[in-house]
Structures are given as C-alpha cells and as structure tokens.
Design a binder for this molecule. Structure first.
Ligand SMILES: Cc1ncc(COP(=O)(O)O)c(C=O)c1O
Length: 400
C-alpha cells in the first residue's frame, strides 16, 4: 500500500504539522480516511464546507459547468460570474463585486481599493488600521496587516502602511487615525484565527461612526464570518452597521477556490488596468459559488447555524461544569471556541481524532469548532459525546 504520509514528507515544504490522517472521501458532515475510518468533521476545511462535503447541489452545478466552460480570461463576459455577482449584491448592502481566488487575495485587493480611494478622495492617504489579534491572510502585505507578531517575525522587514491597534478599543483606533494618512480601518467582525474573539456590542458601531466622522473607509473581513457562519448571511447584520468594503472567501465556493471583494458605489474606484486576476471569478468557481449561496439563502441555512450554534454553546457550557480545566466557551452561530486553563489542546485534538471527531487546535490552550452549517442537534450531540470522552481521557493525564 502506498505510504502517502511518507511521500508527503519527501516532497512537501513543511509549512504545516499535519494531523496524521489521510482523508480520501467526504459526504455531508463526515469524512473517511484511507483505511475506511469515519470521522465527524467539525473543521470543515477551516470553515469552508458550509453545506458539508460534496453537497449534491454543488456537485451538480460544478459537473454541469465543467462540461460547458471552465475558464476564459476576464477579457470576456461570462454568465456564471455575472449571476453570482447579482446574487451577492441583491443579498448584501453593497453595490459592486470583484472576484479573486482566496481570502488573502480578497483582503489584499480590498486594501488596494482603499488606497486608490485615499489617493483620489483623502489627499493621498494610504494607511490602513487593523486590530491586534487579527488575521487577514498570508501574502506579504496581509502578513503586515495581520495583528499578530508571530506572523511578522519571520518576514521583517514588512511592507509599510499598516497600523495594528488594540482590538475592541475604539480609542485605540481614534489614536491611530491620522488625517491625510489613514484611508481605512479593516476588521474581522469576530476574530477567527486570533481566538474567536467577540467584540463588545457597541464596538463595531463606534468604529462605523468614527469612519463616517473622518471620511475613512470601513473594510469588514468576513472571510470566516460571512456566508451564514455566524447565524446571519453576513456578520455585519448582527451589529447593525454596513461596511464600505467587505471581503469573502472560505464558505462561498464549498471548497472550489473563490474570493470576493464587495464595495459600495462610493468605494468602487478601480478603473480598468488597476486590478485583475487570471482565474478570479472563472465560470467553474462561480458555478460553485452560485449553487452554494443560492442553497444557503433558499433554505435559510444561516438560521439553522444560529439555532444549532446556540444549542451547541449551551451544551458546551454543561461540559464546562464537568471539567474544571475548561475556562471559557465563546462564539456565535457555528464559529465556536473552547478554552482551557492549560495547554491541552493538542492532546484533546488527538483524543477526539482517535474517537472519530475532527476539531481544530486554535491555540495551545483552545479548540475551535466550525462544522458545516447544515448540521442538526443530532450531530452536535454525537460530537459532544466524543468530546466528553476525549476530555475525560485527557483529564486523566493532567495534573489536577
Ligand atoms: C478572516 C480571514 N481573513 C483572511 C484569511 C485568509 O484566507 P485564505 O487562507 O483563503 O487566503 C483567513 C483565513 O483563515 C481569515 O480567517
């Protein structure tokens, strides 16, 4: 039998310490490894498989599109991207869209758009304020935008033009704003990679008001929070604000790579030649995006995420009563974290894996759950049963 993991070690740059399992098949909220072992998937490709694995609507749309037209250049009009653009715009507060291939490309493009806006309307302002603890992607500029020094250290010197201000502190954003220099604030509504950090109820509204007062743009990075994950189609709906620019990726294409920048008419200042992409918005990716988004909207999947997420969080709170080392349960919709008072997340991930549940190690002392948005309470109960057993086994190995 081929040893795939050995071959990976031979051929791959080591950018990730992979979990020692080779996945070969997925269906709904479940995946199978090469030995036929089944796992309940509460990672979902890092919050990508919103409809679960290989959802029939997406498979059908992609198969059909693959027979018709996969790629043209963006020199030409193609129908799937126009249909997806219309669906996104009709269901969001924004007016125009640009398609790319990933989250980092979307945030990078959003910053370029804000810089163009700054040049045209804010006396050449070019700086973007982001939050400490944020994550905006892995390009060099988005590494600088990301407010976590562990991502900065290996690549210093980083591109300039970013100020990382304290998260959840409007005064820090005000202090970082310089007239003629600041063109935008870019924030995740809830910080995902940084720890599933929720803002205070009035923080985003205060940032919106500050942007309105100073004329700078508000970019919301909804790459992880958008497309239903938090229990509404977009997270901004829950905070009663509207961004000038919003970025999407992850859950939009059900695993077919696609990213998007959405902007208000006011902020849509690119002119031909200023931005572009070879693959961005190609017919195949947009067919996947359309099928995903249409299913989510027509079947109110965001509402399912809200209800099931509430049930999940309540049940995790009960688990907290049982295990003294659980210090926090937090999240919204189906973006949820469990924090411990010690660094047991790696052993918890392994103990869950051994019992058939995939979970994400968010930090050495925290787990993150991002299951498909289509799951029901039954899958939550199943996952909690496994988690309970896994934490019991971890508990027996830690100092009490
Ligand atoms: C909020 C946010 N922005 C940007 C990114 C980068 O997306 P990608 O990995 O598709 O480049 C991520 C990825 O985790 C993210 O969570």
């Amino acid at each position: 039998m081929t040893n795939w993991q050995e071959l990976e070690h031979k051929y791959f740059m080591r950018t990730v310490d992979r979990t020692p399992v080779t996945l070969v098949k997925g269906q709904g909220a479940r995946v199978w490894d090469e030995d036929g072992r089944e796992y309940l998937d509460f990672v979902s490709g890092w919050a990508v498989n919103s409809l679960g694995h290989c959802h029939p609507s997406v498979v059908e749309a992609v198969t059909e599109q693959a027979h018709i037209l996969i790629q043209t250049s963006n020199q030409y009009y193609t129908i799937p991207q126009i249909r997806l653009a219309e669906l996104l715009i009709h269901n969001s507060c924004l007016d125009k869209v640009f398609f790319c291939n990933s989250g980092a490309e979307a945030t990078e493009g959003a910053v370029k758009l804000a810089r163009r806006y700054g040049k045209l309307h804010l006396n050449g302002a070019h700086e973007v304020i982001t939050a400490m603890g944020s994550f905006h992607g892995r390009t060099l500029a988005m590494t600088a935008a990301t407010g976590q020094s562990k991502f900065h250290q290996p690549y210093i010197p980083l591109p300039g033009g970013f100020i990382n201000a304290e998260y959840n502190n409007i005064e820090a954003i005000k202090a970082a704003t310089t007239t003629g220099q600041t063109c935008a604030v870019m924030l995740e509504p809830i910080q995902g990679e940084g720890g599933v950090n929720l803002p205070d109820d009035n923080y985003l509204a205060a940032v919106r008001a500050w942007c309105d007062q100073t004329g700078i743009l508000l970019i919301l990075d909804e790459i992880q929070t958008g497309i239903g994950r938090l229990g509404t189609l977009f997270a901004y709906e829950q905070y009663n604000i509207e961004p000038d620019i919003m970025t999407l990726a992850k859950g939009l294409g059900s695993g077919v790579p696609i990213g998007a920048i959405l902007a208000s008419d006011k902020a849509s200042v690119f002119v031909p030649g200023e931005h572009g992409s070879t693959f961005g918005g190609n017919p195949l990716a947009c067919a996947a995006g359309y099928a995903t988004l249409e299913f989510i909207i027509d079947n109110n999947i965001a509402e399912n995420a809200r209800k099931v997420g509430q049930y999940f969080i309540t049940k995790l709170e009960s688990l907290r009563q049982k295990f003294q080392f659980i210090t926090d349960v937090r999240g919204r919709g189906l973006l949820v974290a469990l924090e411990f008072d010690r660094d047991i997340a790696p052993s918890a991930v392994t103990a869950c894996l051994d019992r058939g549940l995939l979970v994400n190690r968010l930090k050495p002392n925290a787990l993150r759950f991002m299951p498909p948005l289509t799951i029901g309470n039954a899958e939550v109960d199943e996952a909690l049963g496994i988690l309970d057993k896994a934490l019991t086994s971890v508990e027996s190995t830690v100092d009490k």
